[in-house]
Design a protein around this ligand. Structure first.
Ligand SMILES: CC(=O)N[C@H](C=O)[C@@H](O)[C@H](O)[C@H](O)COP(=O)(O)O
Length: 227
């Protein structure tokens, strides 16, 4: 059965509100304002990174907050361990998102063990950020409530497509009937979001194209300069 916090997200837009280390918008208050703005625009949930952001965003918006804690930027870095998972939930995340790949995790636990241990302490839904069909199937078997294509193209398993990896999305949807498969990663236009929904995504996550002005500005700048 779909978790009661997850069911209302069906067909909706989830917006990831993140700024990266050293960037001008890297401040929890800024991200909380961005989160409130995207909820005004229709986001059914927001995704926030880091304990301070998760805490402030969760206090600011009425929609569910998908919390992650990125530790580093290589290997397994999205909520990589049980300790990070516990901290994200303690910070107030409604939904815990974590690395859902089959790579070895820094604390030596498997994804299934991590999910089992989190479940002993929390009823929060869990989103697994996957990179392949195999990792998606394993994450669903481990009991994840949401399966994201978040890490497609960010591990060695698949090439990084220019836009969203709709082929992987369609394969995961076919492999996991009835499971909430979330399209995430490099969705840059409303048409791509629509295509992801039509490929069977339960919900669609957009980050950069809505909440990362430096990147968006670069797109326009390059278009003006290219001959
Ligand atoms: C690979 C990785 O670290 N992905 C992160 C996961 O939280 C974020 O940096 C992305 O912005 C997010 O997944 C949304 O994707 P996009 O910004 O492409 O719409």
């Amino acid at each position: 059965m779909t978790h009661p916090l997850v069911a209302p997200l069906r067909g909706g837009l989830i917006v990831s509100c993140q700024a990266y280390p050293g960037e001008p918008m890297r401040h929890p208050e800024t991200m909380a304002q961005v989160a409130a703005a995207v909820v005004d625009g229709g986001a059914v949930a927001v995704r926030a990174q880091g304990l301070a952001d998760v805490q402030l965003v969760a206090g600011r918006v009425q929609v569910p907050v998908i919390g992650i804690w990125k530790d580093g930027d290589a290997g397994v870095f999205i909520t990589p361990t049980l300790r990070h998972s516990r901290a994200v939930l303690a910070a107030g995340a409604d939904i815990l998102a974590l690395d859902g790949t089959e790579r070895e995790r820094p604390d030596g636990l498997t994804l299934a063990e991590t999910v089992r241990r989190v479940r002993e302490e929390s009823d929060a839904p869990i989103m697994a950020d996957c990179d392949t069909v195999a990792s998606a199937v394993a994450a669903a078997e481990a009991g994840a409530d949401l399966i994201g294509t978040t890490l497609a193209g960010y591990t060695d398993a698949r090439p990084k497509t220019d836009g969203p990896d709709l082929d992987l999305l369609a394969e995961v949807v076919a492999a996991l009937p009835g499971v909430a498969v979330v399209a995430e990663g490099r969705i840059h236009t409303p048409a791509q979001a629509r295509a992801a929904a039509e490929a069977g995504a339960f919900a669609v996550v957009v980050g950069t194209a809505i909440t990362h002005p430096s990147t968006i500005t670069g797109w326009f700048d390059r278009a003006l300069r290219s001959s």
